[in-house]
Design a protein around this ligand. Sequence first.
Ligand SMILES: [Zn+2]
Ligand SMILES: [Zn+2]
Ligand SMILES: [Zn+2]
Length: 283
Amino acid sequence: MEVTFLGTAAATACPMVFCSCPMCSAAWKRGEKDLRRRSSALVDGDLIIDLGPDIMTAAFDFGADVRKIRVWLQTHAHSDHFDAGHLITRWTDYAPEGLRPLDLAASPETVRRMSERLSLEEPGASLEKAEWLERLKLRVHPLRHGDSAVLSGRLVTAVESAHDPGALLYVVSDSETAFLYATDTVRLTDRAMDLLKRFRLDLVAIDHTYGPGIRGGGHLNAEQAAEEIARLRSEGILKPEGLAFATHISHEGMPPHEELTEYARARGYGIAWDGLRIRLPLR
Ligand SMILES: [Zn+2]
Ligand SMILES: [Zn+2]
Ligand SMILES: [Zn+2]
């Protein structure tokens, strides 16, 4: 399994438009790993987690042929994770050619909210209407906490997140490897931890929205992300040699990438960057 981080920023991207804070100023000056697109990840080139607003610039920069995507897991419907403008282009009015069916997994609440957003692109468009699913060549797999589906040969398991009603985290696994994508989230719930005990994870990507000492709603800060990673390791869910990477990184209280990486290394995890590719199993 190969995981590519297409974007590693929180909702505002980094730098944030109009902001001159020390982090955003450093990002403008340094570029490279301090420039972060909105969070999204690609598995094996054909499974995307979150159809976010920045996936096309990521595709251009990292050579990801998004036409090959067959499976789409949506964590939730917030605008930094779902761009209805990308989805509507599957409709014949946009003259797409060579479309192959796409399997979408999301919670029923998320499907409803995505439909509301889609209807702003085209009145009446909905992911809850058979005629529109046919127009968009989509197959929707509604998943709730604990549900699994085999999609394109991999097992996808939905894990609840207390970030927002209906928000899901996903474990993508095959016979050899397992990867947990855990943004957006707060502290993992007891139910989530119980479910995750079924797995021995090789890789975790975890919410790291705020920097050390910054408290914000609905997300983890640096200390909290480190605690969650330590919990996953101590429960034996994350393999001893398994990797943990922070993603969904905002500008708030965040030092530049190199400094943040030093902070994280001392606490047993890494900081993802846009374009980071990880091959599993780790050898
Ligand atoms: Zn988000
Ligand atoms: Zn800023
Ligand atoms: Zn969110």
